[in-house]
Design a protein around this ligand. Structure first.
Ligand code: SAH
Length: 338
């Protein structure tokens, strides 16, 4: 067993890995290695980096299995490192850029402030502050929207294996971002039509992707505000990573607007991490509870337990039918409109 002090030191210094990955992603190292191994001199010339410093960065990432070092000292991609490539299926590069970017990084530097005040790093105004800030910062918004699209790709396959969308006719993705999940679901279920609903700038940004994805006639794009209304007509309403952004009061307002748009028997599908009632150490609960701290810092939302979801759904007129686990930390929380 690893000595407790060494275990604690590993945990303590974990933040360094985020920046090491971020720099590798920024310098597009993985794309440069896609054609085969390269030495640090060659990579340094291509990226404008210092060869010695770049070698030190890459060796550190070799120790985490992100790259491999060949016998001749050249660096190669591993299966993990290949996910840092841009514009490949399953690419997590945009997710890495989001987590390492100064905006997110600086928010985590204020964790103590949030733990003392109980408020987000922007103050008490729930997720509104986060999305308003995005509205004033197009670069930050682009980083965020691309990250959601990128990170979703790590989960959408597992969600589709765990949940049968094939019996549905019309799926509404509420706060669906650039449409990554609903596009995958529609491609896998040719009989299904969909509506992608989000705020106007996100819908504008999603248009080109949806057209490029060849779903033009089956996926309608609607811009609006979840606190005003959501589009009617779906037999299921998908909300992935929406309710966790909000406190109970705002979550209830969103869910009641879904309820109003839905006909009796229509289904509500929340795709979220579910916090266990009692926490045992495991990789899945770690990612869930660190995501909960993300919500504390950034949006004022929460990751919730199944009991909390049942209460929340009940308050908006839904019965929690079942929670369908996936092979990832995400579950599909299915509610039925009474
Ligand atoms: N469902 C996507 C995106 C989750 S991020 C995914 O899982 O990848 C939260 C989303 O909620 C963002 O796309 C954001 O633009 C959207 N959102 C935030 N406030 C909103 C509002 N008032 N009306 C509609 N959408 C909103």
């Amino acid at each position: 067993m690893r000595a407790p002090a060494l275990t604690l030191i590993d945990l303590l210094t974990g933040y360094r890995v985020t920046q090491a990955l971020y720099v590798a992603a920024r310098l597009a190292i993985a794309d440069r290695l896609a054609e085969g191994p390269q030495g640090s001199e060659e990579l340094a010339r291509a990226t404008g980096a210092d060869a010695g410093a770049l070698r030190r960065l890459l060796r550190a990432l070799v120790s985490f299995g992100v790259f491999a070092e060949e016998a001749d000292g050249r660096f190669a991609l591993t299966e993990v490192g290949a996910l840092l490539r841009d514009e490949v299926p399953g690419s997590l590069r945009a997710g890495v850029i989001f987590y390492g970017d100064q905006r997110h990084w600086n928010a985590w530097a204020k964790l103590e402030q949030s733990v003392i005040s109980g408020e987000t790093v922007w103050g008490p105004r729930a997720a509104h502050a986060f999305f308003e800030m995005n509205a004033k910062d197009p670069e930050g918004a682009a980083i965020f929207n691309a990250a959601m699209t990128s990170l979703t790709s790590a989960f959408d396959g597992a969600v589709m294996v765990a949940y049968d969308f094939s019996r549905l006719r019309m799926l509404v993705d509420v706060g669906g971002g650039q449409g990554a999940l609903i596009s995958s679901v529609l491609r896998a279920n040719p009989g299904l039509r969909g509506i992608l609903f989000d705020i106007p700038p996100v819908i504008d940004g999603a248009k080109a992707r949806v057209v490029a994805g060849g779903l033009g006639d089956r996926l309608e794009l609607v811009a609006g505000d979840i606190f005003a209304s959501v589009p009617p007509g779906g037999d299921a309403y998908l909300l992935k990573w929406i309710i966790h952004d909000w406190d109970d009061e705002h979550s209830l307002a969103i869910l009641r607007n879904c309820h109003r748009a839905m006909t009796p028997g229509a289904q509500l599908l929340l795709v979220e991490r579910v916090v266990p009632e009692r926490i045992d150490p495991s990789a899945d609960t770690q990612s869930t509870l660190l995501a909960d701290l993300n919500m504390l810092l950034l949006t004022g939302g929460h990751e919730r337990t199944s009991t909390e979801y049942r209460t929340l759904l009940g308050g908006a007129g839904f019965a929690l039918a079942r929670i369908v686990p996936t092979a990832t930390p995400l579950s599909v929380i299915e509610g039925t409109r009474a």
